[in-house]
Design a protein around this ligand. Structure first.
Ligand code: SF4
Length: 430
């Protein structure tokens, strides 16, 4: 029989990894010796936002500390009233006393021009201001208020994020663009005009800020919307039309898995295309839920995409009928929580540990294979298998755990491995 395959060129390895990063200016956000750079060649920065009343300085400082310890590199706080603005220096002092140098970003709407002018210590204690040009009044009043905020930023040498949001888009700009659209030979759909208005508003206000005396390397932009496809379209457009660093986030992403999935879908596409210099995952926490979840999700997006490493990752199988007990699920969860808890200390003590991979597998089908590929792995016994759990270190089977203390023994093995592999080598004195 004749070979019917069409001859083709020598196969090449399929390309892996994100496209080249979109070139942006580098914006330094500082507090004391701490410098967090957004854009340029810096890794994508993870940030978060408190949900405490900023006027309650201690509550806010504690939540900022929690977010910073979870790995948030910038933390934004609402500055919405004179009471809140008055407490910002106290929050900053409290954080400094606790040894938490994370830069604070002030989130301003409506009255930012007044608060930053009336409370100069607040203006100084913040490391960056978020300005929403759609929430500053209309006409000349809006221009004056915007100019006032930019002048304060220039005076204190603070960077700003010009953050437009489709929920508070400049009405006059939108009305003008809809009028212009109606005169087009083929008018655009209203949604496309809205997206264009977001991009135009962000870039126009950034250029205005520069004209008012703020350095081009002191401006970050964001255009937030709450639908995945709109966000992707807006940021593709924005990144092709300017080189300001971009803050990514899906606004009002929602609660639970919906918020996480929607944010991941939108940010995953953009980050893969090299778009985005800092991210914030806007999750609605369950009542009493942990605010640090948004930091963890942001880090996990970047880490699972191979863009950054923050915490050793646990690979765990989903489980199936071959392992009917929940033991392996609990072990995987315990180990991931343990690794995350250790990171504030390990980060300093064991450089490189954040790239470690740990496998926790439910049975012999994929357990030994996956465990061998991890730095350290354990293959638990499935239903009907001999009740023993081989442990693999650097691809080699080392010990087999049995009995009631497998979880504790495996955790101790992980700790010893981390100390041995990532700890500073002992210096032998003569
Ligand atoms: S490793 Fe075993 S228990 Fe886990 S999903 Fe695969 S077959 Fe099921």
């Amino acid at each position: 029989m004749q070979d019917t395959l069409i001859p083709c060129a020598e196969p090449q390895p399929a390309p892996v990894g994100p496209l080249g990063r979109h070139a942006t200016r580098a914006v330094a956000v500082t507090w004391g010796d701490r410098v967090v750079t957004i854009g340029g060649s810096s890794p994508v920065v993870v940030q978060s936002m408190t949900n405490t009343d900023t006027a309650l300085a201690i509550d806010t400082a504690i939540q900022v500390k929690d977010l910073a310890l979870a790995g948030s590199e910038l933390v934004r706080i609402t500055v919405n009233t004179p009471e809140a603005a008055k407490e910002v220096p106290a929050i900053r002092e409290q954080l400094d006393r606790m040894g938490v140098p994370v830069p604070l970003v002030g989130d301003f709407h409506y009255n930012g021009h007044k608060l930053l002018t009336q409370f100069p210590e607040c203006a100084q204690a913040l490391s960056k201001y978020r300005i929403n040009p759609g929430n500053m009044g209309g006409g000349k009043k809006r221009d004056d208020n915007f100019a006032q905020m930019i002048e304060v930023a220039a005076r204190y040498d603070k960077p700003v994020r010009i953050g437009v949001n489709w929920g508070s888009l400049d009405h006059e700009l939108m009305a003008r663009m809809m009028d212009e659209n109606s005169r087009r030979a083929q008018p655009w759909p209203a949604q496309a005009v809205m997206r264009e208005a977001l991009v135009v508003s962000a870039i126009t206000n950034a250029r205005r800020a520069e004209a008012l005396g703020l350095g081009g390397d002191r401006i970050v932009l964001s255009c937030k919307v709450s639908h995945v496809q709109d966000l992707i379209a807006v940021y593709r457009d924005l990144s092709s039309r300017c080189d300001y660093p971009l803050h990514l986030g899906l606004t009002e992403a929602g609660m639970g898995s919906k918020g996480i999935v929607a944010s991941t879908a939108a940010l995953g596409v953009l980050l893969q295309e090299g778009i985005g210099d800092t991210i914030r995952i806007s999750l609605t926490p369950e009542p009493g839920g942990d605010r640090t979840r948004e930091v963890v999700v942001g880090q996990e997006i970047l880490q699972t995409m191979g863009l950054r490493a923050f915490t050793p990752m646990v690979v765990a199988c989903p489980g199936c009928g071959r392992t009917s007990s929940t033991f392996f699920q609990e072990l995987a969860d315990d180990i991931q929580s343990f690794l995350r808890r250790q990171m504030p200390i390990w980060r300093e003590q064991y450089p490189g540990v954040e790239s470690m991979n740990v496998a926790v597998m439910g049975c012999v089908v994929n357990g030994p294979g996956e465990s061998r590929h991890a730095d350290i792995g354990i293959s638990l016994p499935g239903t009907g298998e001999i009740p023993s759990a081989p442990v693999f270190v650097d691809g080699e089977r080392t010990v087999t755990l049995k009995g009631d203390h497998i979880a504790q023994e495996f955790q101790a093995i992980v700790e010893n491995y981390v100390a041995r592999r990532y700890g500073a080598p002992l210096v032998v004195q003569d």
